[in-house]
Design a binder for this molecule. Structure first.
Ligand code: FMN
Length: 328
């Protein structure tokens, strides 16, 4: 029988499927079900930096004047009432009592301010690791790329000073020099990078004149974006890479491993098909490994990364040309 184990962030995982941060990982009951269905690790729903700052009685604006949004205050205040940090710490402790798989906490952050001192509590509560979900929307015309990017490095440096547990950083592809930034991030001592975070998008309700949220769940076609970057960078990074977004079946897991990911994170497919889909995907992975005579993941992780290919243009090409697209 194929050995599905892999190492990611310093964890020995029994297989490469991690349930990504989402509402699905926000209760101990669900986390128990996730483990029963075969996932190798779980990333908890993110706690927002603003929630932490609110709880430690700082005003939101003192933390990140340049990046916070006054109109978000009410939303965050309400959200905080329902989801204060104590509940989050209880979630970590509760999950650790009930499951054996690594429990990775998650913080959604936009600055390296007051909230950082709280990171210790996450470690003390028993989290096995911490995933920092960092995103600075480059929407402020007064900030150039280097100013926005400096925040990522500050956050990592400050959090690393506080913690001894492994740290992963989940990023988007919104960087002007993505490869350069990703490699530099991988040198900061973090244990993993997650490619990519995915955001829901704004839409406009044209009858009620309201901005609404759309596109909450991914489509399988969205796999291509992270697949390209995992393949291009996995061999150049100084930390593990986990793939996220558009992974809806076993074939997508296999593709990401071939591209060089050490693990994959899934969310949307579990909302759509339930936790049983974890087992289905693992069976697909196993059947494919048997078919191709791979006895362990290391036999093929990175086999299709840019380092292993004679013609890297397959990943580097972005413009249509008949030769590459097969379409005139
Ligand atoms: C309803 C929902 C809630 C999410 N909440 C979070 C979150 O709190 N923190 C986070 O880092 N990612 C969050 N995500 C993003 C997922 O972890 C994942 O990166 C993204 O959905 C892409 O993976 P998928 O294609 O498997 O859904 C959420 C996704 C969904 C669908």
């Amino acid at each position: 029988m194929a050995n599905l184990s892999t190492s990611y962030m310093g964890f020995n995982l029994k297989n490469p499927i991690i349930v990504g941060s989402s509402g699905l990982t926000n209760s101990v009951e669900n986390i128990v079900e996730i483990e029963k269905n075969g996932a190798a690790a779980v990333v908890l729903k993110s706690l927002f930096e603003e929630q932490i700052n609110h709880t430690i009685s700082k005003t939101m604006h003192s933390t990140a004047d340049n990046f916070s949004y006054p109109e978000a205050d009410d939303y965050i205040s309400n959200y905080t009432r329902q989801n204060d940090v104590d509940i989050y710490l209880k979630l970590i402790k509760g999950a650790k009592e009930k499951v054996q798989i690594p429990v990775i906490a998650s913080i959604n952050c936009i600055s390296s301010a007051d909230w950082i001192s709280f990171a210790n509590k996450i470690q003390d509560a028993g989290a096995d690791g911490l995933e920092l979900n960092i995103f600075i929307l480059p929407s402020d015309p007064k900030h150039d790329a280097s100013q926005n990017e400096a925040v990522y490095f500050e956050i990592i440096e400050n959090v690393r000073k506080q913690l001894s547990i492994p740290i992963a950083v989940k990023i988007s592809s919104y960087f002007s020099g993505f490869a350069n930034t990703a490699v530099k991030l991988s040198w900061t001592g973090i244990n993993g990078l997650v490619f990519f975070n995915r955001f829901f998008s704004p839409d406009i309700d044209i009858d009620n004149f309201k901005v609404t949220a759309t596109n909450v769940f991914s489509q399988p076609e969205e796999l291509a974006m992270s697949l390209r970057w995992v393949a291009m960078l996995s061999s150049r990074l100084h930390c593990d890479v986990a793939a996220s977004t558009g992974i809806h079946d076993g074939a997508a897991v296999i593709k990401q491993l071939l591209a060089g990911a050490k693990a994959t994170q899934i969310s949307t497919i579990l909302y759509k098909k339930g936790f049983e889909q974890i087992g289905v995907m693992l069976k697909e992975l196993e059947a494919w490994m048997d078919k191709h005579n791979f006895s362990k993941l290391d036999d093929f992780i990175g086999k299709m990364s840019i380092k292993e290919l004679e013609n890297p243009a397959a990943y580097e090409r972005v413009q249509f040309m008949k030769h590459f697209s097969g379409i005139e």
